[in-house]
Design a protein around this ligand. Structure first.
Ligand code: ZN
Length: 298
């Protein structure tokens, strides 16, 4: 057991990460939360153990193992490495520092961190809207399959988010049918203030949002003409925008279409900023990857 500076007793995940069996037990406890084993395909609880240790569903005959169909099963990491990596991710280390600390290849770590970010999005209330629309496809979420290298020709429009700030929480909302061209139009025709932070473009208040926000990617400079004055977010002290600014500056390599993963991660971190996020991240990591046909469940 370890004691944090606040005196709270924490999970000794370092000890659990020492052996693969202990790490697996911990992840399974997050996956099932005391529930009986159930089929990841039809959710039936009539499950038989086969001679080789795999499980079979009594209802649909699907053969699986205990972590099949969950985010933790994507990426090829051992349970022990997942546990160690998630701990470093909770501390906001960069992928290259994590790779060094874990002794893993950078690409392996980058892929795992992307899987974690998808798991965070999947736990958000607006998950199905993000994951199953054109935004999800452009991010590399293909109906429940995570595609790391995408065909750039098939990319859709750049997603635009609305930020809602309240004293204690924030909501980062994908605004349906809002296009970057609309933001430019609002700026030119209705004097909506627009500013830029690195590759991120954000506006003044719009309807019930405190800002509209999108990532301009590598051609962010094309929006230079529309930048002016000080949008509402920059007039406030503290809150989500102060929290997000320093972090967004670090996301320099982010592409416009993967940006939702980073923005929803910031929303998650901000809304849980006074909590130990490691157990929450482990629960998200061990949750089922939402499939298209189950989208009505989310
Ligand atoms: Zn089944």
């Amino acid at each position: 057991m370890t004691v944090s500076p606040t005196g709270a007793v924490k999970h000794d995940d370092a000890r659990q990460a020492r052996s693969e069996a202990a790490a697996r037990r911990l992840l399974l406890s997050h996956a099932y939360k005391g529930r009986k084993r159930f089929c990841p395909r039809c959710r039936d609880e009539t499950v038989y153990i086969l001679a080789d240790g795999r499980l079979r569903c009594g209802a649909c005959r699907y053969t699986f193992h205990e972590l099949t169909g969950r985010f933790v099963n994507v990426g090829g990491l051992s349970c022990r490495d997942w546990l160690r990596l998630t701990r470093l991710f909770a501390r906001e280390l960069t992928a290259s520092t994590m790779a060094e600390e874990l002794g893993l290849a950078y690409n392996t770590v980058y892929r795992a961190v992307t899987v974690l970010r998808f798991a965070i999005v999947a736990a958000a209330p607006d998950a199905s809207q993000i994951l199953f629309g054109e935004t999800g496809r452009a991010m590399g979420y293909d109906g429940g399959r995570i595609v790391m290298s995408r065909d750039t020709a098939s990319e859709g429009p750049i997603p635009v988010f609305g930020i809602i700030e309240r004293p204690d929480w924030t909501f980062v909302d994908l605004v349906p049918d809002m296009r970057v061209e609309h933001v430019v139009h609002f700026n030119l025709s209705f004097s909506l203030k627009v500013a830029r932070l690195g590759k991120v473009v954000y506006t003044d208040r719009y309807q019930h949002y405190d800002a509209l926000m999108f990532c301009g990617g590598d051609d962010v400079r094309r929006y230079a003409d529309i930048l002016d004055r000080t949008p509402f977010l920059d007039t406030r002290r503290g809150g989500f925008w102060s929290f997000a600014q320093s972090r967004l500056r670090r996301f320099n390599g982010v592409s416009a279409r993967r940006f939702p993963l980073y923005l929803k991660e910031l929303e998650f971190r901000y809304n849980h900023r006074n909590e130990d996020i490691l157990p929450i991240l482990l629960t998200y990591l061990c949750s089922l990857v939402p499939k298209r046909e189950q989208s009505d469940l989310f």
